[in-house]
Ligand binder design. Sequence first.
Ligand code: BES
Ligand code: MN
Ligand code: ZN
Length: 505
Amino acid sequence: MEFSIKSGKSEKQRNDCVIVGVYESGKLSHSAQSIDEASDGFVTKILKHGDMDGKVASTLLLHNVKGINGDRVLLVGLGKNGELTDKDYRKAVISSVKALAKTGANDVAIFLAEVDVVNAENKKRDIRWKIAQMVEAVNDALYRFDVMKSKKHKAEKEVTKGINSLEVHVSEQDDNQAKVALKQGLAVSSGVSLAKDLGNLPPNICTPTYLAEQALLMVKSHGLEVQVLEREELKKLGMGSFLGVAQGSVQPPKLIVLQHLKGKKDQKPVVLVGKGITFDTGGISLKPGAEMDEMKYDMCGAASVLGTFKTIAEMDLPLNVIGIIPTCENMPDADAIRPGDVLTSMSGQTIEVLNTDAEGRLILCDALTYAERFEPSAVVDIATLTGACVIALGHHASGLFSNQDHLAKELLYAGEGSLDRAWHMPLWEEYQPQLDSNFADIANIGGRAGGSITAACFLSRFTKKYDWAHLDIAGTAWKSGKEKGSTGRPVPLLTEFLKNRAAKI
Ligand code: BES
Ligand code: MN
Ligand code: ZN
């Protein structure tokens, strides 16, 4: 899909289709009004006849509209005038491109960036936000994963269907800003798309070795520095906890370290740590069979780190950012760790493994200790860590935990700005005793109560030396059921967070 920024009148555009917005009250957006005037009140007449009620994201396709240059007009509902929320704006954009998917309209002009959009605090979103969100929403809606299908959707007929050029219209005075926003939206889309692809790939292909290879490919294409640490080096570092999880698999573990150093030399980096379990069987504490295939998504934290690095590289973001990805498989095996085993982590703390299915924290804790050497300004880990987080928050918000309220606030704000939201959960001392062990310094599980909180408490034992936040993305990284597939979250949130940090420096 090609995007471009254009200025001009809606009725003059010679595209296959022109997309304009209408409200529930029958009021027209500025560009719908122009078409109405050029066509002798045709749009008003249609609305009067009741063929289109203007409800958010409803659509009506019109052919042969007299007095205008385009072949078709697509009316898109924007709800009540003045009340279009940011989420509804996204919905309207997506439904308009979906409505054209099965038509012959390839070359389309969209006039939705001109409408007012309000955020949760009733403040108007600016042109940059509207353009970037539009691009991200369109790419998100048009994403397909068919590399593993033997017959691709490439039958000739299919190729001619659907939009291949989208001209995003803005007023002339907004042209420069819109072009910047377009670039940023495209960069986020490409990071999201990478994260989705990695998540959706089957676990027999997307192994720890594959993830490391993908990271190494980004050295040339994106100017990153990448290092891959092998088992021997991890042993030398004393990563007994990470290696414990990895020992049940024939796939060798990898610790991938990415460096995007585009800030000032003395600027302390932000470190992103992503859980990269390429398949989680549960290990000896084997998971039940139902939906176990979805545990290929247990590397979505890692995928979001790789995706975010792709995005910030494309943006050339002036900030120092380090990525750390511990990646391995969690398999049952003669060599696998058992419930009752005690592991010694890189920090020196010993861990009693009471459940081998609580493996994410076991690989993350060593990566979090490794992060200390970068003297970070902040560390954010991203992990599909607990089923309990899905029970607590469902599939809309990622769980957010932090040892610093100001860091939590920054991430919450970035989530609101990118429409990739998180919700602040407690990390109180009162929960810590649930991790007491009779046989080691700490147990790897804390019982059923507050499972996502005790998982975060476990990680907090390894993050005392820096400002740290943890995003539990178990409910947000992928969708189940008919729409099964990776969402690419939280690449938008992380990018927004890093962008905001870069702007403050
Ligand atoms: N990767 C899972 C968490 C998960 C489960 C995410 C289901 C999304 C859907 C994690 O490794 C895990 O198995 N956690 C256990 C922890 C428990 C043993 C304390 C869980 O959530 O059941
Ligand atoms: Mn598990
Ligand atoms: Zn897991």
